[in-house]
Design a binder for this molecule. Structure first.
Ligand SMILES: O=C(O)CCC(=O)C(=O)O
Ligand SMILES: [Fe+2]
Length: 373
């Protein structure tokens, strides 16, 4: 039985022991950067029909040569990029790779106003190493034009949302609210999700994906979730999902049920050997490459690292340890300009469940919910 706690779930606790790490890779020369940018464009998880052909062209150019031996801990990809698509490629790319040099470790201990260091750094030199011309290529319209309001701005003011990425130039924002739910509530919902979702482990060309997954949708939506060569059938939001959203959505300033996200992707990472490779949630359904898009993620169970990198540089990779009860958002044009992943962490023995809520804005042809959008 779920324990009943007073609402709101938990007055936002002081920041205790949150560790944020900024990771830096060795600087690559400009040519290499451009090559990588092209490669990432080709490794987007979007597989909408109109994007597929251009992806294939740039993928063919990329000619990745990694080799994959499915099942081994050091998977190697044995196909060229143009033989791989979407998440298959990402899985291959997300494997432990070159040496990573940790440059900055920021430890936050019970501060009145959480200070982080990233957003300040972003403001100083938001696009390190880019020329004015390159900046113009990635520049997005200001928030004042698109009307984008951040979740942290719309949430109740007693909740200290913090933005680990606040990039006005590309209109890309990553928000973080730690320990939103108490441990009791987290455990209860972990069990509900574990038992209440139909977990699948679909296979791509390189074998089963390295985690289990479930795709849930609101009410009469029948959209499948397709990424790479994988397609996941929808399950209707079960009652526990609605209960969970009643707890979580008000923490995001989303108070009316009609405004709730209409879909949720769930991932079950049995232990640290499970992962998701570099990718963007840029599928046609969410239109995240064309317009402002919100994704809200809740972590339950074991702490795992969530990493984000810009499409054109690994210099400012962000690593955020996500603990049970933490909320993390990707807002604005994040799916266009950044990729994210949950890397393997072999020392982790316990399972984690992550829920990422999204808004389907382009329902598939034939989906009854299409009429109501
Ligand atoms: O597990 C996570 O934190 C991220 C999951 C994710 O990226 C996804 O479902 O698309
Ligand atoms: Fe994702």
């Amino acid at each position: 039985m779920m324990s009943v706690l007073p609402y709101p779930p938990l007055a936002h606790p002081p920041w205790t022991g949150f560790v944020a790490t900024k990771v830096k890779k060795k600087k690559k020369d400009k040519k290499e950067k451009k090559k990588k940018k092209r490669r990432r464009e080709s490794s987007s998880s979007s597989e909408s029909p109109e994007e597929t052909s251009s992806l294939k062209v740039s993928a063919a150019k990329a000619k990745a040569k990694a080799k994959v031996a499915p099942g081994s801990s050091k998977l190697k990809v044995s196909a060229e990029h143009d033989e791989l698509s979407g998440l298959d490629l990402l899985i291959a790319e997300g494997l432990p790779s070159e040496v990573v040099v940790v440059v900055v470790v920021v430890v936050m201990v019970a501060a009145k106003r959480p200070r982080h260091g990233w957003d300040e750094a972003e403001e100083k030199e938001s696009k390190p190493g880019l020329t004015e011309e390159e900046l113009d290529e990635i520049r997005e319209e200001p928030r004042s034009v698109t009307g984008l309001k951040l979740i942290g701005e719309e949430a109740p003011s007693n909740l200290s949302w913090h933005y680990v990425l606040k990039d006005e130039t590309t209109r890309s924002f990553v928000g973080f609210l730690p320990r939103t739910l108490s441990q009791d509530v987290c455990s209860s919902f972990f069990e509900k999700a574990l038992e209440g979702a139909k977990w699948l482990q679909p296979s791509g060309p390189n074998g089963p994906i390295p985690r289990k997954t479930a795709w849930m949708v609101y009410f009469d939506c029948t959209c499948t979730y397709r990424y790479g060569r994988i397609e996941v059938e929808p399950q209707r939001y079960p009652p526990w999902m609605c209960t969970l959203m009643h707890w979580v959505m008000p923490c995001c300033g989303i108070n009316e049920q009609k405004d709730w996200p209409n879909s949720c992707n769930l991932n079950l990472y049995q232990d640290g050997s499970a992962s998701v490779g570099w990718h963007a949630d840029d599928e046609h359904l969410f239109q995240g490459k064309n317009r402002d898009c919100r994704i809200i993620s809740l972590s339950l169970g074991a702490t795992r690292s969530f990493e984000l990198r810009r499409n054109w540089s690994e210099a400012d990779t962000i690593r955020l340890p996500l603990t049970a009860g933490d909320l993390c958002t990707m807002e604005g044009m994040v799916q266009k300009h950044l990729q994210h992943r949950v890397p393997r962490e072999d020392q982790v023995r316990a399972p984690r469940i992550n829920l990422t809520w999204r808004w389907i804005v382009r329902h598939s042809p034939g989906c009854p919910a299409r009429r109501s959008v």
